[in-house]
Design a protein around this ligand. Structure first.
Ligand code: F58
Length: 818
């Protein structure tokens, strides 16, 4: 007997159908006959919200009236993906929805597809935030996600006829958006600019120059089978002045609406270009905007109607997690609120603040640690700059009591000295919070030993690790229903969806050939589905009888898409030169998905190269269909959900010591892909858990990389030493992938041969050598699938439920509502 613990539906199919009809009539103003799938989507979403409403109220009441500390997850990004099916799953209404919608004459998939994906994030960091709020709600922990409702999410990626990336605006709010509830009655004023005056009693008063109205848009975050519904509160910026009538009456229409445009620009777009001073200012405005509104919101929520609340209890009400440095301006903001608005003295305010905040770092690249010119902060937030300087002064004084090493103290300054002082946000976060964590074991070690070494020497107890995780609800149950059913069959229970370590119970089944064959059949069916999807959405012709080999992630040099494409070109060159017999080549379909930052020249050129390699290789009859390259554009959560379950081999090939964690690696392992990867980020822990024999490891270690940098790295040496590498790079240079033009990729080739900062060339030989192990195993399907199944069985640790439990135990010190 299979144990079913999935949430019980609060509705019957009949009730669900009636409610949809009702919403179609009263909200959409259409009859079921007139309705389109998009209408049914909106109506169904409103029905789901309706049924979640009581649990939402109850969760808020229990949070406010009880004594369980809440979590405030402050993040500039929440990459949520589509909402409807996830909400249906978590609330237990999938079957009722499917039946109701079919009864009304629609295909459930068409209704699901009508939802426009909110793309309010760049990549891993934003998706992690989305997984975390799912897990918080599923564990029953009271929490708010606080962020920005950008009007335009990350750009929509297209490719032009030359294979170059073209960025288009992602206007996800062009259609009705039933999930966000805009709550005009709970807006907050956020101030900017102006000056600080000292009053007669010596206290300070900030006299701002302009203000923006932060209006919350609330999204329900239903937990899976927990009966709890938390809130994702995304702020949108509105102007207090619609327009200046006097100016308008002078027919100066543009200037009349300027203040409104300026105010509303704040939440207009995710990470605007920051290469111009205006762009940089806008980004800081965004950060302060959402953090200030969120802090005031939390005070309003937890001390309702109180003019003089006792804010010494604030850290017992809520703990704020700073998702990277973007919300770090919250530290001086809380100080300012406590001192200027509520009259606390500095020491009390500092005690409250440091007990309230914690900081997660998501990078190892020094250039990714945010630094703001003090001048800019002073112009936008003059009072905050004063507070930051005071924090810096106090901090340096404290350091002087802990060490005599003056050079070290100097290195640790939050505000640098010199003509153009800078504020280092990671240092401010480390000084102003209780804990700092990295996102995988190796990353946390490197943070302590390298990036924040001085800090960890002096405050060793502040540092901890929480290895990332992903939600099994979206990334297994929704993305891979076939595998989910097989797991439930194998384990005899579906409890794994809330306790992913139960996957371990599949381990013995890896010895059972019949089960392994079923597992292989699931993968094959998923590949066929993906081939159909790719045909429908992109016009690609994928052959599901080839190995599906995937590399999806943001395009960055350190992630080394170059390594993958060079190895592929080398294989192509082998075929063309007759060095290998094409009939002996294992058929592969290589699938890339990646967006490059709009201003990132080499990354964009790499995209162009991949597209052109695809064009040439896919159309070359000599290849006989053995090598296939596809690059579906606009990689997003939806595409991930289709592609990951269909992948045989996943690429995690960053230079060791550069990828903080990775979370794609976890999603692939959990969906039964094998990984080829370096000892980087969470790959290290994945390999430890699934077993070295079930992971294709290659490449230099962190120590070897460091040693090579020290010795002086010369990429040209590797080019000369490996004839296959030379052939591949020469093929890029000689115009094979640019219609004979030798200049197209010259900057890329020059970078490889003279700089190659992430040592793609040095790892090339090892990477191509491991391919024979990969191919030999793939030729034995039963053995391949046995190992892939062992990956699933041993990846339960990588649930975001486990990550959240670690945050609760190590950092937040709170738990589920009673
Ligand atoms: C990612 N960071 C890390 N940053 O690269 C990845 O290893 C990790 O798994 C993930 O965070 C979650 O911890 C990341 O996604 C960004 O997207 C930056 C946001 C700010 C602009 C520059 C990119």
């Amino acid at each position: 007997m299979t144990e079913i613990t999935a949430p019980k539906s609060p509705v019957t199919t009949e009730e669900f159908t009636d409610r949809i009809r009702e919403q179609l009539k009263y909200a959409q103003g259409v009859t079921p006959d007139q309705a389109t799938p998009a209408d049914v989507y909106v109506a169904s979403s409103l029905v789901v919200r309706h049924y979640l409403q009581d649990a939402w109220f109850q969760t808020q009441q229990d949070m406010i009236n009880g004594s369980t500390k809440a979590v405030g997850y402050l993040s500039a990004e929440f990459l949520m993906g589509k909402q409807l099916r996830n909400a249906l799953l978590n609330a237990g209404m999938i079957d009722q929805f499917d039946a109701a919608v079919e009864g009304l004459g629609f295909k459930p998939q068409d209704v699901i597809d009508a939802e426009y994906e909110p793309a309010l994030g760049n990549g891993g960091l934003g998706r992690l935030a989305a997984c975390f709020i799912d897990s918080l709600a599923s564990l029953g922990v009271p929490a708010f996600g606080y962020g920005i409702q950008y009007r335009y999410g990350i750009f929509k990626q297209e490719f032009d006829k030359d294979g170059k990336q073209v960025e288009k605006p992602e206007y996800w709010l062009a259609n009705e958006e039933p999930w966000g509830h805009t709550d005009y009655n709970r807006s907050q004023r956020v101030n900017f600019g102006g000056k600080v005056v000292t009053k007669a009693d010596g206290s300070k008063e900030w006299q701002p120059e302009w203000s923006v109205r932060a209006v919350p848009v609330d999204y329900m975050v239903p937990g899976y089978a927990s009966g709890r519904v938390n809130t994702l509160r995304l702020w949108t910026a509105k102007s207090y002045d619609e327009f200046d009538l006097a100016t308008f009456n002078k027919s100066d229409y543009l200037n009349a609406v300027k203040p409104k445009v300026k105010a509303e620009d704040i939440s207009k777009i995710l990470y605007p270009e920051d290469s111009t001073p205006q762009g940089k200012a806008l980004r800081l405005e965004q950060q302060y905007f959402f953090v200030s509104a969120s802090i005031h919101d939390a005070i309003r929520v937890f001390y309702p109607g109180q003019d003089k609340p006792d804010l010494t209890t604030f850290p017992d009400k809520i703990t704020f997690q700073l998702n990277d440095t973007h919300p770090v301006i919250g530290i001086p903001e809380l100080m300012r609120v406590l001192i200027d608005e509520y009259g606390y003295d500095w020491n009390t305010a500092w005690d409250i603040t440091t007990r309230t905040f914690n900081y997660t770092c998501h990078t190892l690249l020094p250039e990714a640690l945010e630094v703001w010119p003090a001048k800019l902060i002073g112009e936008l937030l003059p009072r905050h700059l004063e507070i930051i300087k005071a924090i810096n002064t106090n901090f340096l004084a404290e350091l002087a009591t802990k060490t005599r090493d003056k050079a070290k103290i100097d290195r640790m300054r939050i505000v640098t000295e010199g003509e153009n002082p800078q504020v280092r946000m990671a240092y401010l976060a480390t000084a102003g919070g209780s804990h700092v964590n990295g996102v995988a074991a190796l990353h946390s070690e490197l943070l302590k030993d390298v990036t924040l070494r001085d800090f960890s020497d002096i405050y060793p107890n502040k540092f901890t690790n929480v290895t990332n995780g992903v939600t099994p609800r979206r990334f297994i149950r929704l993305a891979n229903p076939r595998l989910s059913a097989l797991i439930t069959e194998g384990l005899g229970t579906d409890r794994w969806l809330s306790d992913l370590e139960l996957l371990k119970g599949l381990e013995p089944l890896a010895k059972d050939d019949e089960f392994v064959k079923k597992f292989a059949a699931v993968k094959q069916a998923n590949k066929e589905d993906f081939a159909a999807y790719a045909k429908r959405e992109y016009g690609f012709e994928l052959d599901p009888n080839t190995m599906f080999n995937t590399m999806v992630k943001r395009l960055h040099e350190y992630k080394r898409q170059s390594l993958k494409i060079l190895a592929l070109i080398a294989k192509y060159a082998d075929i063309k030169s007759g060095k290998v017999n094409v009939d002996d080549v294992l058929p592969r379909t290589v699938i890339f998905g990646a967006k490059a930052a709009p201003g990132y020249y080499l990354a964009k050129m790499t995209i162009q190269l991949i597209n052109n390699v695809a064009r040439v290789v896919n159309n070359d009859p000599d290849v006989k269909g053995k090598l296939n390259v596809y690059f579906p554009w606009n990689y997003n959560v939806r595409l991930a959900q289709h592609l990951i379950p269909a992948t045989d081999l996943d690429e995690q090939i960053s230079q060791a010591g550069k990828e903080a964690s990775g979370t794609g690696n976890m999603k692939f392992a959990l969906n039964g892909a094998m990984t080829v990867g370096t000892l980087d980020g969470a790959n290290v822990e994945i390999r430890e858990r699934v077993g070295a024999e079930n992971f294709f490891l290659f490449g230099m270690t962190v120590d070897e990389v460091d040693k090579l940098y020290e010795e002086g790295y010369s990429p040209a040496k590797y080019y000369e030493a490996d004839p296959r590498l030379k052939a591949a790079i020469d093929m890029v240079s000689d115009g094979t992938f640019s219609n004979g033009d030798r200049n197209t990729y010259a900057p890329l080739v020059a970078d490889w041969l003279t700089k190659d900062w992430f040592m793609t060339l040095a790892d090339f030989t090892a990477y191509t050598e491991i391919q024979s192990d990969i191919e030999a195993l793939y030729r034995q399907p039963l053995e391949w699938n046995r190992k892939a199944l062992l990956n699933v069985a041993n990846s339960g640790y990588f649930s975001s439920d486990r990550s959240i439990q670690d945050y609760l135990d190590r950092i937040w010190h709170t738990g589920p509502l009673a």
